[in-house]
Design a protein. Structure first.
Length: 430
RNA sequence: GUGGACGUAGCUCAGCUGGUAGAGCCCCGGAUUGUGAUUCCGGCCGUCGCGGGUUCGAGUCCCGUCGUCCACCCCA
């Protein structure tokens, strides 16, 4: 007897029972992106380790200790992508896609971070990702946020709040960063360990430290808003105006700085109060310097990422019923002749109605057993084919959910019959 | 990475102060003829996460380990 192989820590199977919620999320995502004219982009899951070091920032926890990195047989330094933006930016440059100026894309897929797992925080997790390149003005910032808002609304989720802030231009941010370093340096000995470590790497992160002592020091720190350059200020105010006009509620959060180094100007997060400490459901911002940093022509960019596991958790928690896609019709066939006739009939029906979801009983069984399976399949109707029906050239037809009596109809009129019945059903369920 | 709680059948859980495991659901079969979902009867299912220790004896106590979860950290 060999021992059972367990999954790796922090990775999960998505079981068929859960897949409906995922499919609903993914289908809705496709529709919403299409509604805004965004194109799907598929990029690799593995990239050169250097890509993430250069884009996300050497001093972020992600790069410092959370990446799944390895050297392969050919001495290549490879990393499983911990986020999507860097890979998309790289792909946009590699494929010369910026020559046409502007680009609005989205992608969806697994990401990897070697964190300590918790509900809503996994080592392999999935994100929906939106990116736009080549747009300088705040209109695209607004569109990005409106798009995410519409997606959340279309999913039927509520009680998710939008937090908003601006980090300024790279220059203003750099100046602010210096001011911040100067300020925190005078209190260096009083800072907590993590904050001290970040002081010269990513001092903005110190702002949202939860250490009480550090927080006291943070309270006296120079304000980001005061250091904003006039252009960034205007940019931010225009964005806020767009959001108000569109009826999107938001909360300006001075502490919101985001963890990744590449952000500039607009940053935002959608936050829920029903997921414990994994409260951010979607987050993003502008990264005007990233493309140039990765060797492309200087091009402004903005994007966001949404955590799919967290969304699915919210769908469950908020009791959203997602459309199932089990069979509509279950075909029962008993006896050798009936089985053969049943298989043939099923194929004919699928030919006639490509959208039909029809499950054929397999593995035999008496009528009782087959009806049990028909019931369990969730199908609305059962088509019954036994020796009697075969002899008569008919099928019996049973409504498993309604009170209608069982009927019989000619075998070559079944497709027509399905059209009538499921047509009605679709009208009823919208 | 730090601190803490938990880990018993496929699922949800019970098992008092240590005496070699139970329920419900699920699944399978039956209640005369080719009919499910209800009811009744019967049946299957566990190295009590794993490893070590204490003990005559451990699911129950101790240690370690793995995993899940909570907070921190980080972040989607």
């Amino acid at each position: 007897m060999s021992t059972i192989i367990e999954p790796l820590r922090g990775v999960h199977d998505i079981l068929p029972a859960q897949a409906a919620a995922w499919r609903f999320l993914e289908q809705t995502t496709r529709e919403v992106f299409a509604a805004y004219g965004y194109e799907e982009f598929r990029v690799p899951i593995i990239e050169q380790t250097q890509l993430f070091k250069r884009s996300i920032g050497d001093f972020t926890d992600i790069v410092e200790k959370e990446m799944f990195s390895f050297v392969d047989q050919g001495e290549d330094h490879i990393t499983l992508r911990p986020e999507a933006t860097a890979g998309i930016a790289r792909a946009v440059i590699s494929n010369g896609m910026l020559r046409t100026g502007r680009l609005r894309v989205w992608c969806m897929g697994p990401m990897f971070r070697r964190e300590r797992p918790q509900a809503g925080r996994y080592r392999q997790f999935h994100q929906i990702d939106a990116e736009a390149f080549g747009f300088e003005g705040p209109d695209i910032d607004a569109e990005m946020i409106l798009l995410s808002a519409r997606l959340l609304r279309r999913l039927g989720l509520s009680r998710i709040k939008l937090h908003l802030n601006s980090l300024g231009t790279p220059a203003a941010r750099a100046a602010y960063r210096e001011r911040l370093v100067a300020y925190f340096s005078t209190y260096e000995s009083q800072l907590d360990e993590d904050s001290r470590r970040r002081l010269h790497g990513n001092p903005l992160r110190i702002l949202d430290s939860k250490h009480p002592d550090t927080q006291r020091i943070v309270a006296g720190a120079p304000h980001l808003a005061d250091s904003l350059d006039p252009e960034s200020k205007t940019h931010f105010e225009t964005l806020c105006g767009h959001l108000r006009a569109a009826g999107i509620e938001y909360h300006v959060d001075q502490r919101l700085v985001r963890g990744l180094d590449y952000y500039t100007r607009t940053v935002f997060e959608w936050i829920t109060d029903s997921l414990g400490s994994q409260s951010t459901v979607c987050a993003g911002g502008r990264y005007d310097g990233l493309v140039a940093q990765l060797g492309g022509a200087p091009t402004p960019g903005i994007g966001w990422a949404m955590g799919q596991e967290r969304i699915v958790m919210l769908l469950e928690k908020q009791g959203r019923i997602v459309p199932a896609d089990g069979p509509q019709v279950y075909l029962i066939a008993s006896g050798e002749r009936a089985q053969r006739a049943g298989l043939e009939l099923a194929e004919r029906l699928r030919e006639a109605r490509p959208d039909l979801r029809l499950q054929v009983n397999m593995g035999g069984g008496n009528f009782k057993a087959q009806f049990k399976r028909a019931d369990k399949s969730g199908a609305r109707y059962a088509i019954v084919l036994g020796d009697d029906e075969v002899a008569r050239g008919t099928v019996s037809w049973k409504d498993l959910r309604g009170g209608q009596a069982q009927q019989e109809c000619a075998i070559d009129r079944v497709a027509e019959r399905i059209g009538v019945l499921l047509g009605n059903e679709q009208a009823n369920t919208g």
